[in-house]
Design a protein around this ligand. Structure first.
Ligand SMILES: Nc1ncnc2c1ncn2[C@@H]1O[C@H](COP(=O)(O)OP(=O)(O)OP(=O)(O)O)[C@@H](O)[C@H]1O
Ligand SMILES: [Mg+2]
Length: 322
């Protein structure tokens, strides 16, 4: 059984506030997304800015509440049945959040500049542990920091004293402290220089080889994701357009959007879709990629393509077959 199974996940945001909220202009940030992550697997979620990657991640750790869908979590160690994540409350939710950790997209903003690294690493953990466990927290924090390439003495320093890459290491250390089963890495390398990106990717590789851990690796760069992940889901405007093992996607990506992601430098630098375009219709009114697709035809405009199995373990949301 997979570690995490996501089915038909949906989250929409109202584009207006107050009185105008009743106008019902929504952006469907996550629109019927389904995927699973196996134990010790690295699953990549890739797509341009605004396609819904962070929203998906936040739904997984219940920072946002889903409008619809189901998330099942099956801890590798537990004998018990799977957990219905969207129904968790109180202590059970806190327990789950120890097992599924989210490394934020923006380390500059997610690390409190006034706190020492020790407090940053342990502030979440301290109140969820009992007294006996707390005694070892300092040792644990020091050892995690060393594992991520910093030093014990760095526990006493503050985020401003570190470079961007080092700050990202601190974020990763914070994510690892509770020995999670799944670490969600939201664009952990995107804001860094290419050489530093390589170092952080190497660090994640090391962590992966030493620990029993699964990753949800979120990126807008499909090449980086193909290098690092076992399987990849390509997202466009809230929907999964293609899913395949990374090596296969790299060799034979089917979807025109996947092609586009490989062939051009889209992502960070690309303009965000305009407000009108953001108000994506709920599925039903044709393919969401139609307006940008070089192969679009009449049925693409009229019918919403379902996600079909183009090859074993290879799903694609496109009428056109290669
Ligand atoms: N709290 C929010 N309120 C309103 N709209 C939101 C909110 N969070 C996200 N959105 C909208 O939902 C869509 C998906 O955003 P999301 O941040 O999930 O994208 P992303 O793929 O993580 O993008 P990026 O690569 O820029 O991080 C965007 O159109 C965004 O503007
Ligand atoms: Mg994001």
């Amino acid at each position: 059984m997979p570690l995490l199974t996501v089915s038909n996940l949906q989250k929409r945001f109202n584009l207006e506030a107050g009185f105008f909220a009743s106008l019902g202009r929504f952006v469907y940030a996550v629109n019927g997304v389904s995927f699973s992550i196996g134990k010790n697997e690295t699953y990549g979620l890739v797509g341009e800015s605004g396609c819904g990657k962070t929203t998906t991640a936040r739904l997984l750790v219940r920072m946002y509440e889903a409008d619809e869908g189901q998330i099942l979590f099956c801890a590798p160690s537990a004998e018990s049945a799977e957990i219905d994540v969207l129904r968790l409350k109180g202590k059970a939710l806190r327990q789950y959040r120890k097992k599924v950790k989210y490394v934020f997209q923006d380390p500059a903003r997610s690390l409190n500049p006034r706190m020492k690294v020790y407090d940053i690493l342990t502030s979440g953990a301290r109140w969820s542990l009992d007294k006996g466990e707390r005694k070892y927290l300092k040792e644990e924090a020091a050892s995690i920091l060393e594992e991520t390439g910093l030093q014990k003495a760095d526990l006493e320093r503050r985020p401003v004293e570190f470079s961007g890459g080092q700050r990202q290491r601190i974020s990763i250390a914070r994510g690892l402290l509770m020995k999670p089963d799944l670490l969600i890495c939201d664009e952990v390398v995107s804001a860094l220089d290419v050489s530093i990106q390589g170092q952080i990717l190497n660090l994640l590789q090391d962590i992966r080889s030493k620990r029993e851990i699964a990753f949800l690796f979120i990126a807008h760069d499909l090449r980086v994701a193909c290098y690092f992940c076992d399987r990849i889901g390509v997202m466009y405007r809230g929907e999964l357009m293609e899913e395949a093992p990374a090596a296969e996607l790299y060799k034979t990506g089917y979807h025109p959007y996947t092609e586009l992601l490989f062939s051009s430098v889209v992502g960070r630098g690309a303009p965000r879709p305009g407000e009108e375009e953001r108000v994506n219709p709920k599925s039903g009114a044709g393919c969401t990629f139609y307006t940008r697709c070089p192969y679009g035809e009449k049925r693409c405009r009229e019918t919403h393509p379902p996600l079909i199995e183009a090859a074993p373990n290879h799903l694609v949301r496109c009428f056109r077959q290669k």
